[in-house]
Design a protein around this ligand. Structure first.
Ligand code: ZN
Length: 222
């Protein structure tokens, strides 16, 4: 076990909790790809709240446990993490949570649209699709996730379950998870006002371009 990498995974779990995009019970899992190896480090604890580095396990991308103790509840969802690493060579981190507002859309089996600007800014301009229900982590569920993924979009809602985020780095994954939750909350709140209105596609691209233009300038100093 690489202690530093296990500590990093535990730290990512705490940052997911700190982001607020998490259910009250802290259920979820975090994994990171081990660079240059066919394996991931995975949170095997029952909650991301206070998750210890000592409860992080090593799992092969074939799903086989390499090191550590993997309880059945966490073992059941390993395949939805490994599938993302297998399918997307650029993905370095996978997050799964039951963040409440995104999970409401997952339960309603409704996609989240690009109705807040942050969606356009963080790679979610096409919205977040819904993967059809299957028992958690089952071959059926994983096949649904794989077929629901929109190329380049780092998130999928898991019908009647929660949300799955997969991105190049932990930082990007945490941001994407919080943007999805923010969009879901805004979408639900706007229902009493007639429902969310999506940003027109050409203006989504403009929002991203404006972000990139400011990014390229960096921080401006007086
Ligand atoms: Zn779950």
């Amino acid at each position: 076990m690489d202690k530093d990498l296990a500590e990093q995974v535990a730290d990512i779990a705490q940052r997911v909790v700190a982001s607020g995009a998490i259910s009250a019970n802290g259920h979820g899992n975090v994994s990171v790809r081990v660079p240059g190896a066919e394996e991931m480090y995975f949170t095997a604890g029952p909650s991301l709240r206070g998750h210890l580095a000592s409860a992080v396990v090593r799992v092969g991308l074939d799903g086989a446990l390499i090191e550590g103790d993997l309880p059945p509840i966490q073992g059941a969802v390993v395949a939805m993490h490994t599938a993302m690493y297998q399918d997307h060579p650029d993905v370095g981190c996978v997050l799964h949570t039951h963040s409440p507002y995104a999970t409401a859309y997952a339960v309603a089996q409704r996609r989240i649209g690009c109705w807040i600007e942050a969606m356009a800014m963080f790679g979610l301009a096409d919205g977040v699709p819904v993967a059809g229900y299957g028992p958690r982590g089952s071959a059926e569920a994983v096949a649904s996730i794989r077929s629901a993924v929109i190329p380049g979009v780092p998130a999928v809602l898991l019908a009647n379950h929660g949300v799955l985020i997969f991105h190049r780095t932990p930082d990007l994954a945490i941001v994407a998870g919080s943007v999805v939750e923010e969009a879901a909350q805004a979408g639900l709140n706007s229902e009493r006002l007639g429902g969310p209105v999506e940003i027109p596609p050409d203006l989504r691209a403009a929002a991203l371009q404006r972000t990139m233009a400011f990014d390229s300038q960096g921080t401006v100093h007086a």
